[in-house]
Design a protein around this ligand. Structure first.
Ligand code: ACO
Length: 371
């Protein structure tokens, strides 16, 4: 038996949801650059789940369904109010709340295609409600109900702040959602597929995926990028901070990628958004620091920024609390997780690889008093 640490380069499944070929990311054949520049997040979700873009009537209908499903059961909202807000990370809250949603959905264990499609809509629509409701509850405010006439992007920002966002913020946030929606067999998507390949339910698959996304080597990196930027504080400190970290073999969050060795195609969009938004807020230092860090890390280590690096200054510029960055990643990526879960159910086989045993050879049993 031979092993590949971290399953690097192992092709573990077929999929038609998204592809990374020669450094180019596509969602079902559509280049991420085109989608980032032109698509609404709702169109992208439809594409991922239906393998084609919607026409105008289908898009209208899809938006209405998402809007109708956005209200979460009161019991789940009430539970959010019991959480010790000072010590709990919103990703842990989201993981628990999504699991909790299943308890109030009669069709949670109904594995029919129709029931799964309905659950898909509910999960996609309700994650934003959960994230924004928790954010407001911990600030001592009441959750804001979604508005049916707002886009998915605008609704998130509205439910977060209680104010309808301006057009620039809505567009920027929409683009960030589009860029994060799917990414082939990343760690959290693989987790979701492994989970549902046992024929477990969709809520279990999404709950598992949220747990995987939470880690700093995956989705948790974006919050840590902002922590690093805040510690550096000013562009004049960037060089010494980064060189010192690299000399101590500390990983610089937001750099490197298992698949992309010549750069993450999503990063340039976020970089440009970071430039524009920090210019608008007048806090250009976040962008300037990011550029400097990018120069140093690529120069010293040959590592390029991934999707998480510039998204940190983008979300900060949109006025979003730093510990909500990873939950926002989940709000978008749930669309990809669901697409992969539906694909897995459609052509399922249990995912059960092997491990090469490295423990001791046969040992003699000793009764407890002889050990
Ligand atoms: N900073 C400094 N050194 C790094 C970094 C980094 N960000 N990333 C990789 N390296 C170094 C490693 O230390 C290692 O060096 P060595 O060979 O001298 O030991 C070498 O590059 C290879 O790194 P691995 O960790 O083996 O690469 P792997 O493919 O396993 O990991 C990963 C990819 C996890 C993304 C890694 O680059 C990393 O930890 N980056 C920082 C965290 C991060 O940004 N995660 C988000 C990824 S994108 C996403 O999930 C949404």
């Amino acid at each position: 038996m031979s092993t590949t640490k971290g399953l690097e380069g192992v092709v573990a499944t077929t999929s038609s949801v998204s592809s990374i070929i020669d450094g180019v990311l596509t969602y079902h054949g559509y280049n991420i650059d085109d989608l980032a520049d032109h698509a609404s997040f709702e169109e992208v979700v439809y594409l991922l789940w239906n393998h084609r873009l919607p026409n105008a009537a289908e898009l209208k209908d899809f938006k209405e369904k998402l809007s109708e499903a956005a209200t979460v059961p009161q019991e789940v909202l009430d539970q959010l109010k019991t959480i010790p807000v000072d010590s709990v990370h919103p990703m842990a809250v989201l993981r628990t709340a999504v699991s909790n949603l299943a308890l109030f959905d009669d069709s949670a264990d109904d594995m029919s295609e129709d029931a799964n499609r309905e659950k898909a809509i509910k999960l996609q629509a309700q994650l934003p409600t959960l994230v924004t409701a928790f954010s407001r509850i911990r600030e001592g405010k009441e959750p804001v109900s979604p508005k049916s006439d707002l886009s998915f992007s605008a609704n998130f920002l509205y439910m977060l702040t209680g104010k309808e966002p301006d057009e620039i913020s809505e567009k920027a946030f929409n683009k960030a959602l589009v860029l994060h929606a799917d990414h082939e067999l990343n760690a959290s998507t693989f987790t979701a597929r492994v989970c549902v390949a046992t024929l477990s339910d969709m809520y279990s698959g999404i709950t598992s995926a949220i747990g995987a996304l939470k880690g700093p080597l995956h989705g948790g990196a974006n919050e840590r990028v902002m922590k690093m930027l805040s510690e550096i504080g000013d562009v004049s400190n960037a060089e010494s901070y980064i060189k010192d970290a690299l000399s101590r073999k500390v990983k610089i969050m937001g750099f490197g990628h298992r698949v992309y060795k010549n750069g993450d195609p999503r990063a340039k969009h976020l970089k440009e958004m970071s430039r524009q938004l920090t210019h608008i807020t007048g806090e250009t230092k976040w962008y300037e620091m990011s550029i400097k860090i990018d120069e140093i890390v690529s120069g010293e280590k040959g590592l390029l920024p991934n999707v998480d690096f510039y998204s940190a200054s983008v979300y900060h510029s949109l006025g979003i609390e730093h510990d909500l960055f990873t939950p926002i990643f989940a709000v978008s990526r749930v669309s990809g997780w669901i697409a992969h879960i539906l694909e897995q159910y459609d052509n399922n086989r249990l995912i059960r690889p092997r491990a090469e045993y490295t423990g001791p050879s046969v040992q003699k049993w000793l009764p407890v008093e002889e050990r």
